[in-house]
Design a binder for this molecule. Sequence first.
Ligand SMILES: Nc1ncnc2c1ncn2[C@@H]1O[C@H](COP(=O)(O)OP(=O)(O)OP(=O)(O)O)[C@@H](O)[C@H]1O
Ligand SMILES: [Mg+2]
Length: 272
Amino acid sequence: MALVALNEDTPSTVGPADPAGSAAVVANDLVVEGLSKSFGTGNPILDKLDLRVPRGQALAIIGANGTGKSTLLRCCLRLIEPDGGRINLLSHDTTRAKARELKRIRSRVGFVFQRHNLVPRLTSLTNVLHGSLGRGGGFRCWHQALATTDRRREAFACLDRVGLQHVARQRADQLSGGQSQRVAIARMLMQRPELVMADEPVASLDPIAGEEVMALLSELMRSQGLTLVFTTHNLRHAVDYADRIVGLRGGKVELDCPARGQRAEDLETIYG
Ligand SMILES: Nc1ncnc2c1ncn2[C@@H]1O[C@H](COP(=O)(O)OP(=O)(O)OP(=O)(O)O)[C@@H](O)[C@H]1O
Ligand SMILES: [Mg+2]
């Protein structure tokens, strides 16, 4: 199905071509315009970069080490301050947002890191419950929020969706790498995100666990129609689990193509 981006000035057609010729009209969840970022005096890491991601799209970002993939994701949430440009995330201009609005926007975005960042001495269930802390109520009454039966039931359900209800009572530091990353995904689901950013989500896992977790993440996002932006050095994962692949080089988008029909070997040119 061809996707036509709507909510920003210039409509754009992205995603794989639809043999039937019909087009679904969807909003952009992320619009990046002219984004620039330098660290120090060298060449800019991001150089007036433009990118639009329609709602529901799974986008893989590839590129050599140091090309700014993580910097791009972090700038979108203003975990790193951009030098210039504009970012519209979930219909909010994050570049202009003040602290309180920024916090609200961030609470709607799930972030999965290369390393799971679970609290080691807490159980899987409590780690998952932490995902709901940014929702309503705020952090002031966090222990009450965590204690409610509804939230605990929901946390169990999130663990179930990643196939790990049976480790609910197990401490996070007793889990395998693959299990830990699944619990981190359950925690992210508990946040009820509208868009998910995953920075090399399976890079620290062995190939089998990595494949399983990537498939799980992709399926969970697809089943809820959520937008997924993930970075990866695994070009096969980009082809298999994304709708669209964007390659960064020299601070800009060098490659932008539908994932379907690509051969992982052909994408290696982005590293050249
Ligand atoms: N906080 C920082 N301070 C200084 N330099 C930084 C900072 N963060 C990133 N950089 C530099 O910016 C460049 C891009 O880094 P970034 O982590 O975004 O690349 P990447 O494409 O994610 O790489 P990788 O594939 O290794 O994850 C690198 O040269 C890195 O050293
Ligand atoms: Mg990175």
